[in-house]
Ligand binder design. Structure first.
Ligand SMILES: [Zn+2]
Length: 475
């Protein structure tokens, strides 16, 4: 008998593959060695199984591995329950951890515990709202030293592009950040000012020399300056203060800069579906443009947000139901690449100011732990498959940041998994979520899909031992 694997997982439903090899659900045994998936062997199952299983073997399952009886030997053996499916660990490339400097808003330990509880095994931290922001090598090193030893999932870092730090960008790139974030209007924190279109273009010309990506909060400052002010407790006032045209105009500027410089560009948290035709056209022209959206834009609608409910405030805002339908269509037709949380908490006092004033409240939604269940609940209602959801939340965001050994179950990939029970229901209770401040726009919602366990490099994440690593773009 050959050397036992460190871990063997056996289940009637394992989601293998990715966008390029083809994703499918198979009955299989999977052997893990040294934190990496070493083998995947299809197995025979009873013919009455509910989920149809395509018998034709494809990558990543070796072509000679015909279904056979279970037989892999592991030092640890896990048998999935009949209502469970093994998914790759999700990759969330848009998380605001806020430590150091605003650690009372969120921190590395609490954010990564929330991630693990939601089946997310890799996050990429945004360069703001920590103090200092990640706009120099020195501040990146400070962030790494603060995070080190306190993370329960893998954590990488975005750099920041602000006025005056153009000379820091390449050094940050060589220190392993995954790309650079900029704003085109006030970010909400003074220490992270926006770029104007000319500054963004100049920085993108720099980034193009090393094929690094600029990721952009795309709302146009001029249009928002002339829109109604958001003061008061009416959600409709807040919505009117951030019109769709502000997004469309800013996205046009990003497309123009990407076209002129040849740099990669990425549109963060797309809310207005009005921008989709121009995004699709630019991509057809060969502009290196990618796009993300977030669970809140896909599952919440302006029509259902009560006045004074500042837990729902985020920028750009949650829009109407008809817009939401078009965002889903943009995902299905491939114009939108991925779904990431934009987890952006603050303290309860800042998020829910007295009187529920949308002008005063912090803009940001905390959903790191709930993303998979939120998106799956809505996708299921719309007749969209779990394989598609996992594509948007696992391998596409992984590919976006070049982590091609993450976000997929394949031989040679990291043994990062979420054990998911897609038909089990639960009700969100904000007070039990793992992120630091118990505010959540989804409190009280009934959702489908429970994450029962999360594994990182073959180790179950228990919330006690911080098994995560700090990762770099080039590692
Ligand atoms: Zn954000």
């Amino acid at each position: 008998m050959s050397e036992p694997f460190d871990l063997v997982i056996r289940g009637s439903r394992i989601l293998v593959g990715d966008g390029s090899t083809g994703a499918r659900v198979i009955a299989a045994e999977l052997g893990v060695r040294d934190g990496v998936i070493a083998t995947i062997v299809p197995i025979e199952t009873a013919p009455t199984d509910s989920a149809p299983i395509d018998p034709a073997p494809i990558d990543p399952v070796p072509p000679d591995s015909a279904p056979r009886r279970a037989g892999l030997h592991g030092l640890r053996m896990i048998e999935l329950a009949s209502d469970e499916i093994l998914l790759p660990g999700l990759v969330d490339t848009h998380v605001h951890v806020n430590e150091p400097g605003r650690t009372e808003w969120e921190g590395f330990a609490s954010a990564t515990r929330a991630a693990a509880a939601g089946g997310v095994t890799t996050i990429i931290d945004m360069p703001l709202n920590s103090i200092p922001p990640t706009t120099s090598v020195e501040s990146l090193q400070l962030k790494r030293s603060v995070a080190s030893g306190h993370v329960f999932v893998d954590v990488g870092f975005w750099g920041g592009a602000i006025p005056g730090n153009g000379g820091d960008l390449l050094a940050l790139h060589h220190e392993g950040v995954f790309g650079f974030k900029c704003f085109l209007l006030a970010s909400g924190v003074d220490e992270f000012p926006p770029l104007d279109a000319a500054e963004m273009r100049a920085d993108m010309a720099t980034l193009a020399t090393v094929d690094a990506r600029m990721i952009v909060h795309a709302e146009d400052a001029g249009i928002i300056a002339h829109a109604p002010t958001p003061t008061g407790s009416h959600y409709s006032n807040f919505l009117d203060s951030r019109p769709p045209l502000a997004e469309v105009t800013a996205i046009q500027a990003v497309i123009a800069a990407a076209r002129a410089t040849g740099a990669r560009a990425h549109i963060l948290h797309l809310s207005s579906a009005d921008a989709l035709p121009e995004i699709a056209a630019a991509r057809r022209d060969g502009v290196a443009l990618t796009v993300e959206t977030c669970p809140h834009y896909l599952t919440l609608t302006a029509e259902h947000i009560p006045d004074g409910a500042t837990a729902y405030k985020c920028c750009p805002p949650i829009r109407g139901a008809e817009n939401q339908d078009r965002l889903w269509a943009g995902l299905v037709d491939g114009t939108i690449d991925c779904i990431v949380s934009d987890h952006s908490p603050s303290t309860v006092a800042l998020k829910q100011p007295h009187g529920g004033d949308f002008g005063e409240a912090w803009g940001g939604i905390s959903s790191l732990q709930l993303g998979l269940s939120l998106v799956w609940t809505e996708a299921r209602r719309r007749g969209i498959s779990l394989e598609q959801v996992v594509g948007w939340m696992a391998w596409r965001p992984a590919d976006l940041v070049g982590l091609t050994d993450k976000g997929r179950i394949a031989v040679g990939a990291a043994a990062d998994f979420a054990v998911f029970a897609p038909e089990q229901t639960f009700t969100v209770d904000a007070s039990t979520l793992k992120h630091k401040n118990a505010v959540c726009a989804y409190d009280g919602q009934a959702l489908h899909g429970v994450v029962r366990a999360t594994y990182l490099r073959g180790e179950r994440i228990d919330g006690e031992v911080p098994v995560g690593r700090l990762i770099r773009r080039d590692a």
